[in-house]
Design a protein around this ligand. Structure first.
Ligand SMILES: NC(=O)c1ccc[n+]([C@@H]2O[C@H](COP(=O)([O-])OP(=O)(O)OC[C@H]3O[C@@H](n4cnc5c(N)ncnc54)[C@H](OP(=O)(O)O)[C@@H]3O)[C@@H](O)[C@H]2O)c1
Length: 341
């Protein structure tokens, strides 16, 4: 396992982060995974023994169950909490109360207290904003995030799923007021969804923000079970929970190419898909998901796969995004600023 600094901070995280969205299985989350305490403890043991020190959960995963199971597994396994970097999130609805949702100062403070109770911890290392709240002003959000850091309950703040302009608006407001700024970003990034290459990854590079890709296997579609001839895979998440949205026809072409690359590396399709994400410029820590110990072992093994320049080119040709404005104009106009061609 290799380690990276998290963006512009002195915090060190493993190149893989373990995602706990498969823990719990309460309500809506049942289709994603329903792993209970005994297996959670076993998975976490493998995670920590592999050298992964970075764990991702969210208040909303199984409506708090994922945080509870994770917190208990730290106790049950006797892990040193200070060897782990624990991230959770705030934004989603956590109950029926009018204010039990969103990014108001009210809910951010309430949610952090409730997450800490469920996790049985006294601080969260990284608090992610889980998405857009169209009703709370960005200024209120940034001030509340700064203030929650000042309470000592949260060490760093980070962002998921906001459009680039909104992230920069938040960063600008924080900068102007001397508040804590986002240190990292968590976005959907996989061979089946390279959208963040347009605006988000350039933003991350410009601001030196860490990038933690989520759903690197596109929710399991790149796990090796799906292909043009196998549109369904019994018992797999994507059969009943078809998310995130992807262009399936294009993804079948991608699967054809990475299946060939996988054979040459004596590796699985999933390992190649994960290696590709890990090797992309700007990626700090890829968030892996697993429903079983076998999947977890396979995903950890992907760090040993090093794709060659030739592999990367073949994969890029089949998966690249179509040109889009203003990207093609930026590329065209950058040509006359290159020296020593
Ligand atoms: N910030 C956000 O908005 C956001 C959104 C989504 C996720 N996340 C985070 O990202 C983490 C990872 O997301 P994800 O679970 O969607 O990741 P993913 O890697 O795209 O999908 C994981 C699923 O793929 C299948 N799989 C995993 N390893 C496999 C292997 N080696 N071979 C074959 N199939 C395999 C399993 O489902 P099946 O066996 O059922 O196919 C597994 O549950 C989550 O736990 C969460 O922490 C964040």
């Amino acid at each position: 396992m290799k380690y990276n600094f998290l963006g512009n901070t002195g915090l060190v995280v493993s190149e893989l982060c373990f995602g706990t969205m498969t823990f719990g299985g309460k309500g809506y989350w049942e289709a994603i995974g329903k792993i209970q305490q005994k297996e959670v403890n076993d998975l976490m043991k493998v995670v920590v023994e592999s050298g992964i020190n970075f764990i991702d959960t969210a208040n909303v995963y199984s409506f708090g169950e994922s945080e509870k199971l994770l917190g208990q597994s730290i106790k049950d396994n006797g892990f040193n909490r200070n060897d782990l970097v624990i991230a959770t999130k705030v934004r989603g609805r956590m109950g029926e109360g009018l204010n039990n949702v969103g990014l108001s100062r009210y809910h951010i403070f309430q949610s952090v207290d409730e997450s800490l109770q469920r996790l049985q911890l006294d601080h969260i290392d990284i608090l992610y904003v889980h998405g857009v709240d169209p009703k709370t002003p960005v200024e209120e959000i940034m001030r509340s995030l700064n203030d929650i850091v000042l309470t000592g309950k949260v060490r760093y703040i980070a962002i998921c799923n906001w459009p680039a302009w909104m992230v920069m608006k938040g960063m600008g407001i924080a900068e102007k007021n001397g508040w804590n700024k986002f240190v990292g970003m968590q976005y959907f990034y996989s061979l089946a969804g390279r959208d963040i290459e347009r605006e988000i990854l350039p933003l991350a590079a410009d601001q030196n923000l860490a990038m933690m890709p989520w759903s690197p296997l596109a929710g399991g579609f790149l796990g090796g079970k799906y292909s043009r001839n196998a549109a369904k895979a019994e018992g797999s998440r994507r059969d009943s929970f078809d998310f995130p949205p992807i262009n399936k026809e294009k993804t079948y072409d991608i699967i054809d190419v990475i299946s060939e690359v996988a054979k040459q590396h004596n590796a699985s399709v999933a390992e190649i898909a994960l290696a590709w994400v890990r090797q992309q410029k700007g990626v700090t820590s890829t968030i892996i998901g697993a429903k079983s110990i076998d999947q977890l072992h396979a995903n950890i093994k992907s760090v040993d796969v090093i794709l060659s320049a030739d592999d990367l080119q073949k994969i890029d040709e089949v998966s690249a995004l179509p040109k889009e404005y203003p990207g093609w104009m930026v590329e065209r106009q950058s040509g006359d600023r290159v020296l020593n061609k």
